[in-house]
Each structure stands twice: as C-alpha cells, then as structure tokens.
Ligand binder design. Sequence first.
Ligand code: UDP
Ligand code: MG
Length: 329
Amino acid sequence: MDKITIIVPCYNEQEVIEMFYPAVQKHVKKIPDCEFNYIFVNDGSRDNTLEKLRELSAAHDDVTYLSLSRNFGKESAMMAGIDYSDGDAVIIMDADLQHPPEKISEMVHWWREGYDDVCGKRVDRAGETWLKRTCANIFYAVMKKFSTSYEMQRDVGDFRLLDRRCIEALKLMRENQRFTKGLFTWVGYNKKEIPFEVQPRAAGTTTWNFLALFNLAMKGMTSFTTAPLRLMTFLGMTISFFAMIYMFFVLTMALLYGDPVAGYPTLMTVILFLGGMQLSALGIIGEYLGQIFHESKGRPIYLVSEMNGKRLIYKSQFVPIERNTTLRD
Ligand code: UDP
Ligand code: MG
C-alpha cells in the first residue's frame, strides 16, 4: 500500500476549499493500492479559509491543516506542507482546482514506473495575456542561456508528484528566498513531464499580478545564476575598449589637425550612457547583495501557528517544530 500526501497551499480560498476535497477524492479513490492524505496550508488568509479548514479536518480523518502565522507566500507555504508530509510521495496542487485532479492517476502511474518527479506541463498558455506570455518567454530564454549546469523546465509549474527522496532533498535546502521551480530542477533525479490543461479558477481571484511575477522572475535569476554579474563585467570591458580607441582618435585629430572635435552632444551621450550603465550595474550587484542580506539572517522559512486545532510553539529554529504543544490562551 502506497501512501501519498496531497499538499495544498491556500491563500484566501474560502469559496473553493469545500469544492476541492470532494473533487479530488472522487478521482483518488479509484487508484488501487494507494492511500491518500491531505495537508492544507493556510498561508495567512484574510477571509474564512481557516474556519473552512478547521471544519474540513474535523469532518475527515485524512485531512491535516497547518495555519501559518502570517502570509509567507506560496513558496514558503509549500515548504511547510513538504516538511510535515509523511507520504511515500507528495503531490502539490493549487486549491483553486486549476490543476485537474484527473491527472493524479497518471502521475501515480509514472511514479510507480520509477520516476521521482512527475510534473504537469501546461500545454497552452492561451488564456494568458500577451504581456504575461512574452515575459515568460523572455524569462525562460534568459534562464536557459545562463544556467549552464541544469536546465529550467519550461511551462512546468508547481503541479507535480515528488518521490520521498526529492522531498528529503528539498528539506535540506533551507534558503529563505525560495524559487521552488529552480529547486525542483536543482534536485535532479528522474523527471517525467505530463501535459495538462490549466483549468479556469473554480472561484475566487488570483493573487498574482505583473509585479509579483516580475519579483518572482528576479528571485529566480538572482538565486540561480550569477550570469548578470558576469555580463556587467563583460559590458564594462567592452565599453572601455571602445573608449580607448575613441580616445586615440580624438587625440590624433586634436594633435595632428588642430581639430578639437565637436563636443557637447558626444559628451552628453557618453555621460548619460555610462551613467545608466553604472546605475544598472549597481542595481544588479544590489539584487545579489539583497539575496545575501536575506539569507545571512538565517530565519526560518515560515512559522506555523496552528495545526489541527493545536497551537504550536517554536523552541529552536533547527528543530523546526515542537509538535503537540498546547499553549495556554
Ligand atoms: N497562494 C498561497 N500564498 C500566496 C499566494 C497564493 O498559498 O501568497 C496559493 C493559492 O491559494 C493557490 C496557489 O497558491 O492555491 C496559486 O495561487 P493563484 O491561483 O492565486 O495563482 P495562479 O493560479 O493565478 O498562478
Ligand atoms: Mg490559480
């Protein structure tokens, strides 16, 4: 009998939680020799998500819920689920039913065939805006060009089944600025992509906007490649090289022909161009410095405040959770 844990990060999902459990249950019950349990992670929702989760876990033995002490973001919420999972494998799914539960049986099939990481690959991004698609294209192209040691999977998101050994590997990576997609790739092992169509949201609204996606992309780049730094060095050297040639040209003109070479426009262009270059170089260094700043503090990735009706306490950050501890109110 295999045991699989389904991890569901939830942020303001009060409308969909009641739909989610029966919709998934309907499909997983049909899978032979497999027992499923659920971990819902309430990521500091501001609506009644926590109430709904309390009701759900009271009604079903196979449902556990974790409630984080505030909104930590989806990446951290997933990590909380991963830390608490006990299955031989784990499936990560969005709460809004955009990840079709009928694909679970296929994932389990490939896992039993020996794959450690069975990931859903979205077949069309048609429902997305032109801007979002273009930005995604640029992001994948840049990542592909610069991360030489391993390739970022395209159009593959968080909908996936992970074997216990991937889970344990992910648990080793306690970095704060989590770019989970990159971490899955970093871990390696046998990957299998299965196509799926992203469904429309069952209810509620997406929390992602352009800025959030841009931030995620920046995090992805700065935590997985130092290529932008190298690029800046390269550009700096190239510009200096051409500046030298130009300097000889100007000197020659002035010494041999007494021609002072027209000044203002050239100067302005060069000053503004170099100023811009220097500022962006500083910005890029700043991005990496920011990463170091966040990581160097070594804070925990998330704090769980409540689990199945019990309040939790942290005694040491390295033994993350003192389970079953009840605090007096
Ligand atoms: N989510 C989360 N914390 C957040 C934002 C989102 O746990 O800060 C969850 C959300 O509840 C959902 C999943 O992450 O289950 C994907 O979010 P959403 O549907 O808003 O994003 P989209 O599907 O539009 O990319
Ligand atoms: Mg969604």
